[in-house]
Structures are given as structure tokens and as C-alpha cells.
Design a binder for this molecule. Sequence first.
Ligand code: ZN
Ligand code: ZN
Length: 215
Amino acid sequence: MASTKSLSSALLCPKCGRSEEVVEFLDAFCVDCYPYKIETPLKIDFEQCKRCERIFLQGKWMPYNESKIKKYILTKCDGEYSHAEYNFEKKAMNFTITKGREAKLIERPIPLDLRPTICPECSRMSGGYYEGIIQLRGNARKIEKLSELLIEKLSKRTFIAKSEEKEEGLDIYVGKSRAVVEVMVMLKEKTFITKKLIGRSQGKRLYRTTFLLRL
Ligand SMILES: [Zn+2]
Ligand SMILES: [Zn+2]
């Protein structure tokens, strides 16, 4: 018999009405209408500091980092997919679903909203507030080398209010003392620490800490 498939014997998608002759099918639906079990958030929003561009993610301020944001968005998705990757340009999650004969790529929009704000550190910085002063003294070449490293490491944790060249060395004014302690421990630098009470805020004592390094 030379008859070809007639429309009546072809599957029709119950959602869009297209026939299996024009579109690929998965079970009873066409690939476009197949009810994939994927759950995505309606949108994702973060606060982003408009000064330092850091974002508030999972309870803390951190440098803007696309791979961390991707991972975070992924934790908000659920379903039967074998792989998922967020596309920042399209603001959509691309899910790879292996069902039927081959892997399918499904795109689901997840708007990403970065709400501009000013992080607590930048607001302190604009108020001229800083907690720590690093005083580098001694060999000028060593001071230059270490100060570059310190500023690089510290900028990831806090802000550098200013740095001042002095006759005897260099002073670096830093937002958070704790960040200085962390970086000094990391770099195994020994410092001579002095603390000075500079006031109180909301019942807490505020100190300014000086970290002296002889190089
Ligand atoms: Zn359909
Ligand atoms: Zn900021």
C-alpha cells in the first residue's frame, strides 16, 4: 500500500494542537508543550552596593561574582533535569533534560534584579569612619611591595579609606580591623597592635586599632 500517514492517525498535541508530523513528541505532548517537571523561582533579587558593586548574598556582602550567583540561582531550582546553567544575558536558566531519544534544552526565564543600595561599609566610609590604621615602617622597597599585597587582599574584605605616604613610611586606613587581622594572619606578618577607644555606638565600644609593621 502506498498510503502515507493520515492526520487522523497522527498524534496531536493536546495543548497546541500540532501534529507529530510537524513537531517532535514526548509521550502525549509535543516537545514544546511537554509538562517538564521544573520549578524555577519567579525572580531572583539581590541588593547590590552602587559604590563597591558588592552584592548581599546568603547573609553577607561579597564581591560580585557571576559563578556564585549562578550557583545560588541553581539552588532555587528543582526538577528532572540533568544539567542547568544560568544565562546572564538572557536572564534565563537553560535546563538540559534527557528524556526520550535525546537531550533537550529548555529555557526558562528567571529575571535577576540587582537592587541598588549602599552597603554598610560604604556608608561608613562616606561618613569618614574607619577602624584600623596599618603603619608600614622601614625599608621603602619592602613597604611598597607589602602595601600592594595588603591593599589587594584587604579590598576583598573591606574598604581602604585612604593611604598616606609619610616620611617614615606608609599609613593605610582600613574600614574593618577584623579584616586586617585576617589578612595579617594569612600573610604571616607580625604586627604590633595598639587599640584606642574612640567612642560608642548603639551600646558598643568603638575602637580604632593601629597595626604597626617594621619591615
Ligand atoms: Zn504542543
Ligand atoms: Zn559598598
